[in-house]
Design a protein. Sequence first.
Length: 556
Amino acid sequence: MRGRRAALLAIACVGLAYCTVIQPIGWNQASHYALIRSIDAHTPRIDRYAGSTGDRARYQGHWYSSRAPGLATVSVPLYEAFERVGLTSHYRQRLGGRKNSEIVWLLGIWAATLPAVVMMFLVYRIGDRLEPGYGVLAAVTLGLGTLVLPFGTMLFSHVLSAALGFAAFALLFRERMNPERRRLWPFALAGIGAGYAVTVEYPLLFVGIVLGVYAVTMGDAVRRGALYLAGAIVGIVPLAVYNLWAFGTVTHVAYADIPKQQSGFFGIQVPDPSVAIQLLLSSRGLLTLAPVLAMGIAGTVILYRRGNRAEAAVIAAVGLIFLAYNSGYYLPYGGRVPGPRFLIATLPFLALPLGIAYRRFPGPTVALGAISAMTLGVATMTEPLVSAEGDVGMWTHQLFTGHLQPTFVKIWRVHDQWLVTAPFLAALLLGIVIAVRAAPRLRVGWRSVATGAAVAGAWTLFAIFAPHLLGIDHAAERKIVEAGDPTAVFNAYGVHPLVDLALMALGAALVCLLGARLVTARRPLPAEAPPEERETMVGPAAAAQGDRLKSTVSPI
């Protein structure tokens, strides 16, 4: 119980770190906010707020939000509560000289931060089932070392939809691990979660389809599949009701009225492998900024070999389908964002096998986890809403000049930037420390430290040089220009914009490796560790000596 409480406390600390930051408002958040206020005023039209956002659609003489209505629907009750206490008429904007709002910040805590915490909790529980004692490390890595960190602090719909999709998977996984129960209601509930995920973010339909296949492969396919499908239909009903209310038909969506979305299937063409490489390996690429996800891929392979083939297939299918669809979209990154936001739905699935990676490859996983937390932590506390690959140099520039995002401390007119940011950093570091303490089986040996240092060095060289030398950044920027933003090719921060951040991340990786070695040095080796794993922990000589000693001990 002590370990469980520590794990929950670590996840809570990450959630508190999210709550402290008051992020700037871009078109996406403004569009959600406009829809929330319009629904509160009993209209789906955002005519009154159309000037606040470019994410809007024109239909029969009126403006509508181009966002799916799911996030606004669950946020309206909270907004109405704010109105009742007078908060909506006495709130502050432009805290710290940034374009922000207290109301949008509080709505983001409800609609993005809380789902992120729930998602981390689910990764912890399932991860502990797959690799006992390591689930908390996978959960905290998801929260601090992936795009969930910046997006969990902003009023975007991706974290909420990802949490709903992963919750549906968690329900189905629980039934698969306990086939003797033969319960049917979890399949209907999983369908509702998957269906409402589509109401929040349309592409979650792909997750729903994959989970539907996962559900019917458990046996009793007709009844379980029918219940899952019925639940999914119930989850989509709010979307149908909104469309009928706004457009007079359940099949029309606002995306259909945006010119760029009218080519192909809502802006999606044939998948382009070169764009997939950009999404993964540019200076804003998923694996460039969060390289720990590569260890999640390695963990998925091990998961498959260990016999959890259905779960490994779900992880691989979700990842590949979303990468393929995103690579065919006319605006792959989705505008001013720190990374490919349309891939956020894949992150809890990719984070799930990280517990296995921490056990089998502790040094490299710790190193890449530290790198990922550093890159995305700096992005979160400086300027997450960048428009192109070359703009990522803005993160370290603003860090060095002390131009940081305000936190709730700024409400009391505190002017010292680092004092303002202290709550975010303190909660983040405390979450990491407690997570390591809550995973008593983690042990990092010197050989693993050396391997981790080598992996961290290789990533540093790649992040600094490869996106430019291989032409990945330039290709990504040209894609943005084709979508309508001619400023994307102007690199104000040089052709190697990640150089400072990469060196900082390398330093963080080395510090974390040494810290993990010192903290875990006295921990006993796992009794079930195979010889090759014991070698990575203590070295081949010590492992061999341990085997000889074991062979001389009497069975009694």
